[in-house]
Design a protein around this ligand. Structure first.
Ligand SMILES: Cc1ncc(COP(=O)(O)O)c(C=O)c1O
Length: 426
């Protein structure tokens, strides 16, 4: 018997961290195995031809399955469905209380498959700036080839007003608003609820559709920020980061309502951008410790923020809750934590930032974030090197900026590491 979202005895809903240990999996379908096995198979056997026909009709939307009279949907082929993918998707959705989640081969395939499924040639997108370099490249270089125009607005306290003005100007043309909050790497916050309300007020959408709000929730989600509860239509993730959490896999995820995810599923099936069974299994393993990891990483990060703020070689620290009055008000309204991504400017420029990065001993010099180990990098010449100088400047990505993803190492060791690296600037 698999676990349900609520207690069968009391009806009380279970919290996500409880559900991660068993939700959506029936051990007795797998020899009583406590953990779901890895179903390393590309294809599945049908009992008879009629069954195969039925599954294809439902999978390809040729016929609606009637849950009250039809038998259960079955497995066909691992590009369409696989037990590890299905159990994982059911579990992941619990974190944002979403109808459904979809898991992809990378964060980029989650973003691109979703955009391709929901935005048609001729329609337009508004995206905040900065966004992750890969997303930026997709919007700047690939969308225009598909006749999808992408407008950019800077991420910050005035984003809702700017988006509302642009929506009025582009009346009836914009289909999707994409927001990264906190944004990578500056941690700027956008007020999701205010943005959703501003979008509703404008209310003019391409024919037969609504304007959708998609939030990249990689930095704080799913633990410390839940965009679907704040009025967003879609919450998208690089699951490579905190959800995977061990820097040993690449994956992406999307959460949202049935209606939209059904359209995205068709594109994922045809583009083949789903996650493979072993990656799904690893992600299920990771979800069991998500809450503990994210909270402990945050604890470490807060200690390092205190150190950095007081350090004479540090010019400025960018961390949610430490970004000035207006940004902090947004943070208090929409986030239940600050996470473990810190950006800071050292006094000086690129040369001084490089000196510090080259000197650390525990923090590994690598891009990516959200893993158990601390990672340090230089956004201007690494993750965001593709952005032109003007865009970097308007996004606040300075040559002196260092990004630190704080892991689970002993905090005193981390503090000592950072202090001795910064001493190079004395
Ligand atoms: C905020 C954000 N969104 C999306 C992505 C893309 O994810 P992936 O590398 O899993 O394709 C990244 C990757 O660093 C990211 O930081």
């Amino acid at each position: 018997m698999s676990m349900h979202r609520r207690s069968a005895l009391s009806g009380r809903p279970f919290a996500p961290d409880t559900l991660m240990m068993g939700y959506g999996y029936d051990p007795f379908l797998s020899e009583g195995s406590v953990k779901p096995p890895v179903f390393l198979t590309s294809t599945f056997v049908f009992r008879n031809a009629e069954e195969g026909k039925r599954y294809f009709q439902w999978a390809y939307g040729l016929k609606e399955r009637d849950p009250s009279s039809d038998p259960e949907m079955g497995l066909i082929y691992s590009r369409l469905n696989n037990p590890d993918l299905e159990i994982l998707e059911n579990r992941l959705a619990c974190w944002e209380n979403a109808d459904l989640s979809l898991v992809f081969s990378s964060g980029m395939s989650a973003i691109t498959t979703t955009v391709l499924a929901l935005v048609k040639p001729g329609q337009e997108i508004i995206s905040t700036n900065p966004v992750y370099g890969g997303t930026d490249f997709f919007f700047e270089h690939i969308c225009p080839r598909l006749n999808i125009t992408v407008h950019r607005v800077s991420a910050g306290s005035d984003t809702p007003a700017k988006v509302e003005a642009l929506l009025r100007e582009r009346a009836g043309r914009v289909r999707l608003v994409h927001v990264e909050t906190p944004s990578n790497p500056t941690n700027s916050l956008v007020d999701i609820r205010a943005l959703a309300q501003a979008m509703k007020q404008v209310g003019v959408a391409p024919p037969d559709s609504e304007i959708l709000l998609m939030v990249d929730n990689t930095f704080l989600g799913p633990l410390f920020q839940q965009p679907l509860n704040l009025g967003a239509d879609l919450s998208v993730y690089s699951a490579t980061k905190f959800i995977g959490g061990h820097s040993d896999l690449v994956a992406g995820a999307l959460m949202g309502p049935h209606k939209l995810l059904k359209e995205v599923t068709v594109f994922r099936t045809i583009l083949g951008t789903m996650a493979d069974p072993f990656t799904c299994w690893l992600l299920m393993r990771s979800l069991e410790t998500l809450d503990v990891r994210m909270r402990r990483q945050q604890e470490n990060a807060r200690r390092l923020v205190t150190l950095l703020k007081a350090h004479p070689a540090v010019e400025r620290v960018y961390y949610p809750g430490e970004l000035g009055e207006t940004q902090n008000a947004i943070w208090q309204r929409q986030c239940s934590g600050s996470g473990s991504l810190i950006a800071f400017d050292v006094r000086g420029g690129e040369a001084e930032a490089f000196q510090v990065i080259n000197r650390v001993e525990i923090c590994k010099m690598a891009v990516s974030l959200g893993g158990t180990e601390s990672l340090i990098e230089h956004p201007s010449t690494m993750t965001h090197s593709d952005l032109d100088e003007e865009t970097k400047a308007s996004a606040g990505i300075t040559p002196a900026m260092i990004r630190l993803s704080v892991g689970l190492e002993n905090i005193e060791d981390l503090e000592a590491d950072l202090r001795s690296a910064l001493a190079v600037l004395d």
